[in-house]
Design a protein around this ligand. Sequence first.
Ligand code: ADP
Ligand code: MN
Ligand code: MN
Ligand code: MN
Ligand code: MN
Length: 378
Amino acid sequence: MAPLPVVYGTKGRIEPLLDPAILGRFADLPQQGKISAEYVWLGGTMQDLRCKTRVLDKAPKSVADLPKWNYDGSSTDQAPGHDSEVYIVPQRIYKDPFRGGENIIVLCDCYEPPRQLPDGSLSELKVIPTNTRAACAAAMEKAKGEEPWFGIEQEYTLLNHTNKRPLGWPECGFPGPQGPYYCSVGSGSAIGRDIVEAHLKACYFAGVKISGVNAEVMPAQWEYQVGPCEGIQMGDDLWMSRYILYRICEVYNVEATFDPKPVPGDWNGAGGHTNFSSKATRADGSGWDAIQEQIKKLEKNHAKHIAAYGEGNERRLTGKHETSSMHDFSWGVANRGASIRVGRSVPVEKSGYYEDRRPASNLDPYVVTKLIVETTLL
Ligand code: ADP
Ligand code: MN
Ligand code: MN
Ligand code: MN
Ligand code: MN
């Protein structure tokens, strides 16, 4: 059979073969008691989210009610073909904003499948190398008494899926220089807002702790914030927020990229500023001293943090475009050119949180939050 023609319409969608409005006709059909559980996990590049659906006969009350499952790890570069199973363990349940109703999305992490031991029992679960969640969860458990809170500012760029140029940019040449786009309104400035709005609503519904959105400095670049979240929830909610963004972008046939420097040259890169506080930094009166102590520890471990703060971050952390140089550690009050920025109000109120501006937009939040907790609290 000849391949079907792909027709791009004026809005960049594939028309009329995959008109998203048509899906709506099926969305309200009763499910006859069935629940769709979309299992989501991280694949072999550690940036690729993967998912598949499992149909359940009743809604789970917690992750303990959910079956563990597996997938073909040889297709995600996480296992050899001759022993291809990767085992997935449900860790957090979100409401599914795409299917609605009682349907859920289940965030999982990845293990080697348990093997039968000579005495017939099953071996203990062993994480596979790409599972960064398990070690993060262990560090958060150790630091629980210190109540670590995080808020991550997730910057990203929308790309035209057909030519990979930022959405709304001319096919040749460039839009006008940066200046008008940050927190902008107007069709020439705030490009792709429909996606941002849909993402915000979908995150509310899902139960992702989103706390704000804004247009960024480069046209077609946006930011949303997730937090404050305590402990392991930060990594879980950020990964789920990214999953939701990718799914919404599917509908619009637009691509979201977390590349830290999607356009080289005089255009802002994309970061993943990580805001942090602990019981000690939030303590009335003594918090500012605790923050300064923690910053000293971060300074000593600068190289270790930089190495783990995102692939390609060296293209972004140049010392220009509101970044610090990756080679030097610095901190300052209200300074957007420093590695660590402390808010104006902190030395005044003598307590609060601070911002690690070094992580790139493609940070693995499990890796970054674990390092911050280990360096400052453990
Ligand atoms: P910026 O001024 O750098 O653009 P944003 O308003 O974008 O800052 O983001 C601030 C982030 O800090 C949010 O994600 C918010 O949830 C988080 N945050 C607020 N209070 C705290 C706190 N006490 N501890 C950790 N994070 C916090
Ligand atoms: Mn199959
Ligand atoms: Mn921000
Ligand atoms: Mn920003
Ligand atoms: Mn920031």
